[in-house]
Design a protein around this ligand. Structure first.
Ligand code: HEC
Length: 254
């Protein structure tokens, strides 16, 4: 049973953890300070400039998506979405790639730091909006959600772990190797990435964060922008939607 495996891992980790918990007092003080002044604000600002320069700003994005510019924040809060002219369920970064392609501009990779900054900027346009992914909007997003759920639940790798092994209701709150296991709905993961990761001193995206967990848990790492990755993002956004969480970019994470 997967519960038993995780219970063992957690028990072993607690034994090793000693008195050190998620954050030392010094870390906590730094976190409090960064909450006031998130170091990633500068990436969002830079992202805004790049977005204007490379994409052409909000007007161009709204036009590409076929919506009114003032509807953009609310619409952004519902991504990933099925975009008909792209024929797939996609993230906002992929929408920007498609706009660049349409303009016959130089392509930008999904894992380019410039793309991370632009993604942070675009998503920040929806700050304060409730995350509102609608998995019943069409059959494509429905299928993506199903795939996301499967990817989240499937036990893989040498230790036979799934995302759910560490992020399920019966395990969250326990401590694994000094880290409390977070509930991805309560933590509003769908609405707080791109975030500044204090342990990496850098801006990181949600899909990059997924990859971090895959590496840690010895699961084969799924490529950014793949169908499975976008589906995982759909699934995690649904968890936050169910908890009525809001978008708050850039997040600040350990
Ligand atoms: C072995 C346990 C384990 C597994 C398996 C695991 N995670 Fe995690 N995950 C963690 C821990 C521990 C943290 C918190 C780490 C920290 O605070 O730095 C975390 C953090 C996260 C976060 C950031 C939470 C936030 O605050 O926004 C996301 C997102 C996430 N995991 C997604 C996943 C996904 C998707 C999978 C499956 C591919 C997965 N995790 C598998 C242990 C795990």
């Amino acid at each position: 049973m997967k519960g038993a495996i995780v219970a063992t891992i957690v028990a072993v980790s607690i034994a090793f953890a000693g008195e050190q918990f998620a954050m030392s007092d010094a870390d906590r003080a730094m976190y409090e300070e960064m909450l006031q002044n998130n170091p990633a604000d500068i990436f969002v600002e830079e992202g805004g400039e790049l977005f204007e320069e490379m994409i052409g700003g909000e007007v161009v994005m709204a036009k590409f998506l076929g919506i009114k510019e003032e509807k953009l924040p609310n619409y952004i809060a519902g991504f990933p979405r099925y975009i008909k002219k792209m024929g797939a369920v996609v993230g906002l970064d992929q929408v920007m790639q498609a706009i660049l392609a349409e303009k016959k501009k130089k392509p930008l990779k999904l894992d380019d730091p410039k793309m991370f900054s632009m993604l942070a900027y675009v998503k920040s346009l929806a700050n304060g909006e409730k995350i509102n992914i609608n998995i019943n909007a069409d059959k494509h997003i429905k299928a993506s959600y199903k795939l996301g759920e499967k990817t989240y639940m499937t036990q893989r790798g040498g230790r036979g772990l799934s995302c759910n092994s560490c992020h399920s209701k019966d395990i969250i709150g326990t401590i694994l190797r000094t880290q409390p296991l977070p509930d991805l709905g309560d933590n509003a993961s769908g609405g707080t990435w791109p975030a500044y990761r204090m342990t990496k001193s850098n801006l990181t995206t949600l899909q990059k964060r997924f990859q971090g967990c895959m590496e840690n848990a010895l699961l084969a790492v799924i490529p950014i922008g793949s169908k499975e990755m976008v589906a995982l993002e759909v699934y995690v956004n649904k968890l936050a939607t169910d908890k009525q969480k809001e978008i708050a970019i850039p997040g600040l994470k350990r």
